[in-house]
Design a protein around this ligand. Structure first.
Ligand code: HEM
Length: 109
C-alpha cells in the first residue's frame, strides 16, 4: 500500500497536520509549582499541553479535560517518561516530574 504524504508527521491524521510555516508552538504560560505547592490540573498541568497536542490526541482523549487526563494518566506518564510523546520532541524532565507529582498527589482539578 502506498504511504500517504501526510504520514511523516508522526503518523498523524490529516487534521493534525500543522503548516510548516507556522511558528513553533510553545507551551502557553507554563508555571511550575513550588516544591511545597499542591499541583493542580488547571494551574499547572493543562498549560503544559499545547493546542497541537490536544488536536493530535483527540482520537484517544482530550488533553485539556481533567477527567480524560486523570483516566489516562498512567499511559500519558509512561509516554512522557519514554520521550515518545509529544511526537515532535520530549518534555524537559522537570515538566515530566510535575506530571508525576500531580498523579502521586491524587490528580487534583
Ligand atoms: C504532551 C502531549 C502528548 C501526550 C501526553 C500524548 C500521549 C499519547 C498516548 C498516551 C498515546 C497512546 C494512546 C493509546 O494507545 O490509547 C499516544 C498515541 C499517539 N500520539 Fe500522542 N501525545 C501527545 C502529543 C502528540 C502529538 C503532538 C502527536 C503528533 C502530532 C501525537 C501523535 C500520536 C499518535 C499518532 C499516536 C498513536 C500511535 C502511537 O501510539 O504512537 N501525540 N499519545
Amino acid at each position: 500500500m502506498p504511504v500517504p504524504r501526510w504520514w511523516w508527521v508522526c503518523e498523524a491524521r490529516p487534521g493534525s497536520r500543522v503548516s510548516a510555516l507556522a511558528p513553533p508552538e510553545q507551551p502557553a504560560q507554563v508555571r511550575l509549582p513550588a516544591p511545597d505547592e499542591p499541583v493542580s490540573f488547571a494551574e499547572h498541568i493543562k498549560p503544559l499541553f499545547r493546542e497541537m497536542d490536544r488536536r493530535s490526541m483527540t482520537f484517544a482523549f482530550d488533553l485539556w479535560s481533567h477527567d480524560d487526563v486523570t483516566k489516562h494518566a498512567d499511559a500519558i506518564l509512561h509516554r512522557l517518561r519514554q520521550g515518545t510523546m509529544p511526537c515532535d520532541g520530549a518534555w524537559p524532565a522537570e515538566h515530566v516530574e510535575v506530571f508525576a507529582r500531580w498523579i502521586a498527589e491524587g490528580t487534583a482539578p
